[in-house]
Design a protein around this ligand. Structure first.
Ligand code: UGA
Length: 449
């Protein structure tokens, strides 16, 4: 089976690269000619650990190709993965215009039967609309389109690992044949019968992924339900952190003990600045909108979103309380991306805080191992440094926004000697309050004394 991946963003590139690494032949398409030209020149336009190596080896092996000619790739593909963006509209509803555009292209360009797989995150019901659009635009041709949903559960920063070693692979289908095709595509991963580039072919023992076959609507709902639940966990932990501060308890002690109950689980209970990125904020909004459109009031998700937005204010309040006057103060921003190991700055809490500090007259010096080039274009008023110690020189305060190793392992003794004032406000609870105070630093974090 020849595979076609439409959309060369984060999800499309990881999907194309990993399916090629698992032994398939893949054609990747994007409407952005410049992106395709760069990919053809061997330049990977995003930072994602391991992606460069996998793409390079797939190219060398002739298993992956890139084109801006959608027609050519669509005609070559037996199975077409749609990986285009579904950004939020002002109302919070997912904008599905790119999906519709692709449906039309597939219907018009296909010359044989296709299995069309949605990988983009879409509201429940989209697959059925996609099926309708494919039929409508094929204008009476005899081509037969089957539609499936195959949501991705890829975290940026560990997307390649998540693809090769998933907990579950969900396929929402209308017919058995589509499920069988998708099982065949994922067989190397399900049976761990591929040369895993992450572990040089010898993967550590682990559980086998579950292959779940559901209806189209269920598969689409699973993705939104999973992301929204994880977001809800984070907001819950953040409210607990606020409570800990008022009452005098330690949020880490509380969430750790809670999480040891397997019904709760330890993950996604880290308190701090809240969630950002292109997954949770837009999916929570889209899920609230979807529920509202069918008369279901998803109040707990509205609260999840509200709590998350307030994290910025809570953080800025800590900054104001510690710095007193913001105007004219020099702050060192450690971390710009929405989390570590990515250059993605979409809905990054750091950017919102920086914008607000700039408005109030602060002088901002920033460092991030990956995200400086992308942020520079957006915030030219900031001075950027590859070396975090350079950003800290002369600073009245250090603000920590991501859990990158480079910040986690920072030598605070050295940092303190460079700063104008030894003040650290930690948005990710990276350091031990006791150790920071022992170093003579004034240290504030979330939900800990
Ligand atoms: C998330 C999901 O984890 C993926 O399964 C999903 O496929 C993806 O969205 C998507 O739909 O695109 P991602 O956005 O890459 O992945 O990042 P996460 O690791 O889930 O973190 C999201 C945000 O939550 C980050 O800003 C992170 O700092 C924050 N977070 C995470 C917390 O504040 N506390 C935690 O305990 C965990």
């Amino acid at each position: 089976m020849h595979l076609c991946v439409i959309g060369c963003g984060n999800v499309g590139l990881v999907t194309g690269a990993c399916l090629a690494a698992a032994g398939h032949e893949v054609s990747c398409v994007d409407i952005d000619n410049e992106r395709i030209a760069r990919l053809n020149a061997g330049i990977v336009p995003i930072f994602e650990p391991h992606l460069d190596d996998i793409l390079a080896s797939a190219r060398k092996g002739g298993r992956i190709s890139y084109t801006a000619d959608a027609g050519e790739a669509i005609r070559a593909g037996d199975v077409i993965f749609i990986c285009v963006g579904t950004p939020p509209k002002d109302s919070g509803e997912a904008d599905l215009s790119a999906i519709e555009h692709v449906a039309r292209q597939i219907a018009e360009e296909a010359r044989s039967a296709k299995l069309v797989v949605e990988k983009s995150t879409v509201p429940a019901g989209t697959g059925l609309m996609l099926q309708r659009a494919l039929t409508a635009y094929s204008r009476g041709s005899k081509n037969f389109f089957r539609v499936a949903s195959n949501p991705e559960f890829l975290r940026e920063g560990t997307a390649v690992e998540d693809f090769f070693h998933p907990d579950r692979i969900v396929v929402g289908v209308e017919d058995e044949a589509a499920a069988a095709d998708l099982r065949e595509i994922y067989r190397p991963i399900l049976e761990r019968r591929f040369h895993c580039p992450l572990h040089n072919g010898v993967c550590p023992p682990g559980h086998n992924a579950a292959f779940l076959v559901t209806t189209l609507n269920s598969a689409e709902l699973i993705k939104h339900a999973a992301n929204s639940f994880l977001a809800l966990k984070i907001s819950y932990a953040n409210v607990i952190a606020d409570l800990c501060e008022k009452i005098g308890a330690n949020v880490e002690e509380v969430t750790h003990a809670m999480g040891l109950d397997p019904r709760i689980g330890t993950q996604f209970l880290r308190a701090g600045l809240g969630f950002g990125g292109f997954g949770f904020p837009k999916d929570v909004q889209a899920f609230i909108h979807l529920a509202g459109s069918v008369g279901v009031d998803f109040d707990i998700l509205k609260a999840t979103e509200r709590v998350n937005k307030q994290r910025i204010d809570v953080f800025l309040e800590k900054v104001r309380k510690a710095l007193w006057v913001i105007k004219g103060k020099q702050v060192a921003v450690l971390g710009l991306a929405f989390k570590a190991k990515t250059d993605d700055i979409r809905s990054a809490p750091a950017l919102e805080v920086v914008k607000r500090l700039l408005e109030e007259g602060a002088i901002v010096h920033a460092s991030d191992p990956e995200a400086i080039p992308r942020t520079k274009a957006l915030l030219p008023e900031v001075t950027y440094h590859d070396d975090p110690y350079e950003a800290l020189k002369g600073a009245d305060a250090a603000l920590v926004f991501t859990e990158s190793d480079i910040f986690r392992t920072l030598n605070w003794e050295r940092a303190k000697s460079l700063m104008a004032r030894g003040l650290v406000i930690d948005g990710r609870n990276l350091y031990s309050p006791q150790k920071m105070r022992e170093l003579g630093l004034e240290y504030y974090s979330f939900g800990r004394e």
